[in-house]
Design a protein around this ligand. Sequence first.
Ligand code: CA
Length: 457
Amino acid sequence: MRPIVSLSAAILWLGTGLAGATPVPASLSAHSILEIRANAPRTPRLTEGPARAVPAMRPRARPDSSVVPAQGAPDPAVDAQLARKARGFDTWATRFRGRALAQGISGTVFDRAFEGVTYDPAVIERDRNQSEFTKTIWDYLDTAVSDLRVSNGKAALAREKAALDRIEARYDVDREVVVAIWGLESAYGTFKGSNDVVQSLATLAYDGRRGRFFESQLVAALKILQSGDVAPRGMTGSWAGAMGHTQFIPTSYLTYAVDLTGDGKRDIWGDDPADALASTAAYLKRYGWTKGQPWGVEVTLPKGFDYASARRDVTKLPSEWAKLGVVGVDGKPVRDHARASVLLPAGAQGAAFLVFPNFAVIERYNTADAYVIGVGHLADRIAGGAPIRAAWPRGDRALTFDERKEMQRRLTAQGFDTKGIDGKIGPLTIEAVRSFQRAIGQAPDGYASLAILEKLR
Ligand SMILES: [Ca+2]
């Protein structure tokens, strides 16, 4: 089962990071469930904002005209449709009550949780506003690891020292990575989301594209209320039900949330982030975090590097990589922390990293490479580390969803089967790109760039 933490995060082709450690089938990582989505706060962004909206963000919201009233004059047809939706929601809620009670929710808890809860068209609008545009990794990192987010992270690290001392001692997870996740998920508690979680999840369970998933989250949310950890209207979160400082979805909360403060409540929503940070550390520990091991280390590649070996399933000790000329940006071999893979987020043109098993642990929060690198690099910077040294190919823009599909269509038509046309640049598409690059005599870095699409045309 694959966890996901925040349903908030946006994600490359993978979809959302349902943060929150949620058990989700491995085949459907958090990320593959939701598509990329921007979790940008709707409130004005005064400071850095969450950077969970990872690589794929819509430039702006597109109202779904079938449900959401347009601004300006009232539209009777839209009003009538909303009224129908609202009635349908009430009928659904009555039936759902029976299913919830059958799963152990008490009638009293259910009725209190649903008091005043109505169909929320704004949530459906967000759900349907899937991203068509993918942010480039450098644009993402500019926001995710901005100087402001780094300095705020250092301040947060100092401010929460007492809690972090206890968390590190108890879970053996480096404090900087916990703080970095906090920084990306909610800008250190600044943007935790103010949606009523029961209302959002009920709306998505009734009318969303993944009703079963959201109904299971809603049942988990009711179990949280039944446990007494939080009062119904205090259970707030993102439009998709990711809650608190580090944006746990309800099933993740049930499995991983802990009470560090000792008041008997696992409070991930309040001003004190201690429980949320401990819960995040517990989550990372559960998925195998090794204290002191880097997520990744920036490296330089030698001339003539075999780009075909830059893939996650090719692992070697850093000392073995060093024999092939892959060394740290200081020119020295990287320490043998563990076996590592070469990761090239922007192909041969951008930064190169050796990534270690801790990289895969952060992926349990959100599988987008950009998110994982964002968390890891922010943690490094909070710890006093240097910025990424290599230049990114900033002249490149990200492919749109339609362009990604076009690339897959053209690759497949030219004999480089992507095994599907879904607009997601996954391992099969990357392999097809590599094969195409070999065929045209280019370094097979697998980077699905606009230049490759143009070559295919
Ligand atoms: Ca507590």
